[in-house]
Design a protein around this ligand. Structure first.
Ligand code: URP
Ligand code: ZN
Ligand code: ZN
Length: 452
């Protein structure tokens, strides 16, 4: 065997049990009470948890936006991910006007291939929903990309309700999944204009320009369209109680609606925008109030929120400073790629959720919804050996100094984690150990995904 992990407690979405895990050629080949065979590397995981690596289904690495580019490259982003126990990312390949879907992915594959330290896939973020693109959904499926993102906001990217309807109808026909950024751009635009005219330019007004109802209105509309066309729907980065209520109602009716939330919506409230460094927390949707924060946790516990992902899209301090005098000039996006799994597991250590739930929403559901189960997202014979050894007793205080991304600050500064990953394996290869990155760029592979 290449690797044997002995004496640990295996956690899956549905079970917790003591067993040894044996790995050969990147796959889990045996799970048994006492693996007796020889191993090239033997890890004693007594007192530790043995978890599947997380899959972060929402990251923006090297994203060109507003005259700059998000601060983590494919190398630094996947390096940081590995150090936080994430073993696969699904990034966004943004379609330029006139470009095809597969062509868009191929272009990003050329960038990521030499850099990726862990496995990866893409959703295509569609900016030009013309008939040829709708026709190309099938070719995209054959290429291993069965999910597409639509933005209801952002000037150069947004689609209208008619286009969303066309995409949902086509996704129903092709077994693909439409993921939507749900906010109402017209409400945001009017509110922003009014706030600026009144001289209200600080980071707090980012929240005021896109409060709860801006999200709720869009969620309600897109859920209704999904219902009309009988199509599955995935709502990215859900941030509000009322938005969640719409999702819950739809799910109660039996609709295939999935909601994702992010660690920053679970951990923070809009109070952060009143801080001196409030601009560092500017992301869209905005971070909402305490009532929403609590509701998102309830939604996770009862299963109406299916996944947690980071929406990792950081910008450096000097770029965030562009909006010191005007919140609309702050590049939108926060970081979390190294923090998501440790944070969710730390919350499990503290009893907010079970470890099984943390695995369900960070790994297993993600793999199932996006079509890479059971290769990814669980600890099972035949699955990839994407494994995290987690010490539930280890204390860890987050600082930009102990993170592995290329950003010069973190919104997670001074956050105390109860429990922390001590080792990460990507297909059986050690990529992180006790604070240090052990992997290498170019190791990560493209994972073809199939939803049906
Ligand atoms: O503020 C954010 N979330 N920036 C990244 C793009 C998006 O909307 O997901
Ligand atoms: Zn978004
Ligand atoms: Zn995003």
């Amino acid at each position: 065997m290449d690797l044997i992990i002995k004496n640990g407690t295996i956690i899956t979405a549905s079970e917790s049990y003591k067993a040894d895990v044996a790995v050969k050629n990147g796959k889990i080949v045996m799970i048994s009470e006492n693996v007796q065979t020889e191993g090239e590397r033997v890890v004693d995981a007594a007192g530790k948890l043995v978890l599947p690596g997380a899959i972060d289904a929402h990251v923006h690495l090297e994203l060109p936006v507003g005259g700059t580019i998000s601060a983590d490259s494919y190398e630094s982003g996947t390096r940081a991910a590995a150090c936080g126990g994430t073993t696969m990312i699904i990034d966004f390949a943004t379609q330029e006007k006139g470009m095809g879907l597969v062509e868009t992915v191929q272009d990003r594959l050329r960038h990521i291939e030499p850099q990726a330290c862990i496995d990866y896939s893409f959703h295509v973020a569609i900016s030009d929903l013309n008939p040829e693109v709708l026709e190309e959904f099938e070719a995209s499926v054959r290429f291993g990309i069965p999910s597409f993102k639509l933005y209801m906001v952002y000037k150069d990217m947004m689609v209208d309700d008619g286009e969303i309807a066309d995409a949902l109808q086509r996704s129903k026909e092709t077994g693909t999944l439409i993921a939507v950024h749900a906010e109402n751009p017209y409400l945001i635009e009017r509110r922003t204009r009014r706030l600026l005219a009144e001289g209200k330019t600080g980071a707090w007004y980012h929240y005021e320009s896109r409060p709860e109802f801006v999200e709720v209105d869009a969620v309600r509309r897109v859920v209704y369209l999904a219902k009309i066309f009988g199509a599955p729907l995935y709502i990215v980065h859900l941030s509000s109680r009322e938005g969640l209520d719409e999702v819950t109602k739809a799910r109660d009716e039996g609709l295939e609606i999935y909601a994702e939330t992010c660690p920053h919506y679970l951990n923070l409230t809009n109070e952060v925008y009143k801080r001196e460094d409030g601009r560092n927390f500017v992301c869209s949707p905005s971070i909402k109030g305490e009532d929403s924060r609590k509701a998102l946790w309830e939604g996770l516990r009862r299963g109406d929120i299916s996944t947690v992902a980071t929406d990792h899209c950081p910008f450096k301090s000097y770029e965030k400073d562009w909006g010191k005098e005007d919140f609309t000039k702050i590049p939108n996006g926060c970081m979390g790629i190294e923090n998501m799994y440790p944070y969710m597991l730390s919350e499990a250590s503290k009893g907010s959720i079970t470890f099984n739930k943390a695995v369900e929403v960070c790994c297993t559901n993600v793999a199932r919804i996006f079509g890479c189960a059971p290769q990814k997202g669980t600890i099972a014979v035949g699955s990839d050996a994407d494994i995290v050894i987690y010490d539930p007793k280890k204390k860890f205080v987050v600082s930009s100094k102990n993170m592995h991304s290329d950003v010069d600050y973190t919104i997670w500064e001074n956050c105390v984690m109860t429990g922390y990953p001590v080792m990460t394996f990507s297909r059986g290869k050690l990529v992180y150990e006790e604070g240090s990155f052990k992997g290498n760029p170019g190791w990560g592979k493209f994972v073809k995904r199939y939803r049906k």
